[in-house]
Design a binder for this molecule. Structure first.
Ligand SMILES: [Zn+2]
Length: 165
C-alpha cells in the first residue's frame, strides 16, 4: 500500500435555503387576486401597456400604475424551452416545456409550464389557457395556476406578438 497523500477531489454537501417573501404592494394585490382565482394586472396611464403581474410602475414611462385590469387566463406562447434535464424539485415527466405566455390583454409575457401536450407540439404562436389547482388548495401564490394547456384556436401570427418576445 502506498504512503502517498490522497487529496480530496470533491465533496457532496446537501444545502437548503428557506426564506420568506415580502411581496410589496403591487405584487401583494396580484397574489390576493390569484387567491380568489383572478389574474390581475395594471395599466400604465401614459403608454397604456398592461403588466401582469404589476410591479407598481411602468418600466418604460417611470410612472405609477394604478388602473387594475382583470385578465381571463388565455394567452399565446411567445417563446419556450424544452427541459430534458431532471431536477429533484420538479416532478414532471421529461421532456417538458416552460414558456413565455402573452396573456390576452397584457403586454408582458408570463412564465409558466405547458402541459397536456407533447413537448414537440409546443410552438410559438400556440394558443393556451391557464389550468388552476382545485379551489380548496388556493393560496396567495403563483402555484394556484398549475400550468397552461393548448386550446383549440388558430395559432397567432408571429407579427402580432414579435414586440413581446
Ligand atoms: Zn408606460
Amino acid at each position: 500500500m502506498s504512503d502517498e497523500k490522497k487529496s480530496i477531489q470533491s465533496i457532496v454537501t446537501p444545502t437548503r435555503l428557506e426564506y420568506d417573501f415580502t411581496p410589496g404592494a403591487a405584487t401583494a394585490r396580484f397574489l390576493r387576486g390569484v387567491k380568489e382565482g383572478r389574474i390581475l394586472g395594471q395599466r400604465c396611464p401614459e403608454c397604456s401597456k398592461v403588466y401582469v403581474p404589476a410591479r407598481g410602475s411602468c418600466p418604460r414611462c417611470g410612472v405609477a400604475t394604478r388602473d387594475e385590469v382583470e385578465i381571463d387566463g388565455k394567452g399565446t406562447v411567445t417563446t419556450f424551452c424544452v427541459v430534458r434535464v431532471p431536477s429533484e424539485n420538479i416532478d414532471l415527466k421529461l421532456p417538458y416545456t416552460a414558456a413565455h405566455i402573452l396573456l390576452d390583454g397584457s403586454d408582458i409575457p408570463f412564465f409558466a409550464l405547458i402541459q397536456e401536450c407533447e413537448a414537440d407540439e409546443v410552438r410559438m404562436g400556440m394558443r393556451v389557457e391557464a389550468v388552476w389547482a382545485p379551489k380548496e388548495e388556493w393560496g396567495a401564490t403563483f402555484a394556484n395556476i398549475r400550468y397552461f394547456r393548448p386550446i383549440d384556436e388558430p395559432d397567432v401570427a408571429f407579427e402580432k406578438f414579435k414586440e413581446h418576445l
